[in-house]
Design a protein around this ligand. Sequence first.
Ligand code: UTP
Length: 416
Amino acid sequence: MDRKIEELQSVLKKYGQEHLLNHYENLDDKHQRDLIHQIELVDFELVNSLYAHTKKEEKRENDEITPIEYLDKYKLYDDYKYYENIGKKAIKEGKLAAVTMAGGQGTRLGHDGPKGTYDIGLDSHKSLFELLCDNLKEEGKKYGVTIPWFIMTSRENNEATIEFFEKNRYFGYQKDKNIFFFIQGELPMIDTEGKILIGEDGLIKQAADGHGGIYESLVKSEMTKRMKQIGIEWVFIGGVDNCLVKMVDPVLMGIALEKKVTVACKSVVKANPQEKVGVFCKRNGKPNVIEYSEITEEMAEQRDENGELLYGESHILCNLFSVEAIEKMGANPLPYHVAYKKATYLNKDGKLVVPDSPNAYKFEAFLFDAFGEVDDMAILRVKREEEFAPVKNADSAGVDCPKTARALYKKFYHLD
Ligand code: UTP
């Protein structure tokens, strides 16, 4: 073991991360083994380049941004039934699975526990997970199938998530038969000097690598392999925090099949031109999502000949992929975006520091950064009031919070 430690020390020295072993002697055997394992897995070159990235965000101002075509679900007229029938057939044949991304920290909501366990305050007191499961059960019944449900957790919330499902008997779904959990990737958090943080447990402080980690983790955890084994060809990927998410949509599926695209996404039209949301576009000729901060005021106001906003289709994290597209997207690393966050850590004297303002960098990949991997995708505009009730903030924020989501849910299901 001593030799191993010496070897690691020299690697750490090379990268200026020697402090990681400062408290090694104070750890119990298990933690010592875990720390060594963690250090062996860290890609220090990547950590260095991520730190450099915190000093200089990549500028994308030379990219050519152009509008992307979309279809409006309620202006398909005769085509509606046509696409719907194609999609229904594929769903009945058992080709669709759902993936829920539930690895986020939900910091804005401030709930103690995985976000999916949150009760939005309906009379039924159902959690977000149960509301999503209800939807899957209801839709599955329509087509005579059980939609396999894959749930992405983080290392941080995996145990609590599974415990919650156990306690609730998987809401009637069968574990390992039609419900599967997998853990997303993570990256070390670093301080403003580029030093990797040590957490309370004496181990490297890691954080989930963003919803863009979905592709790689689906592949690495062999979920895509499993999907193919059970005949899945299409996967709806959505967030855990939209209580009106429609994971089973034959029209969306029919459009993807008929138009022979491998990705089909839903959008809702911006509430107003200056709304702070990411919108679908083409970037250098490839599908993409552009952040509101990257769009000029003038672009945000531009309209087509029908009076529709040219950049008005918001990305709502409701996307359908072929399994092949997921594999393709999981094969190439995505760029990481930097977030400056509060992180509790052990300082060089082994004292716990609980900061009251941000002190550390966290790195996240965004799911839509992979869209450029495909040449074309279909976009389907749906109605906000039917499909989008996000739970992002605490009620005090007044928007995208439990109160607004509850109201939208009740209205849609006529619960009042
Ligand atoms: P958000 O970007 O809204 O993040 O995630 P969040 O973690 O829920 O909330 P904040 O920003 O900390 O307040 C959108 C969806 O992506 C999932 C979330 O669980 C949510 O369903 N997600 C996000 C992951 O699964 N993993 C991540 O690393 C980040």
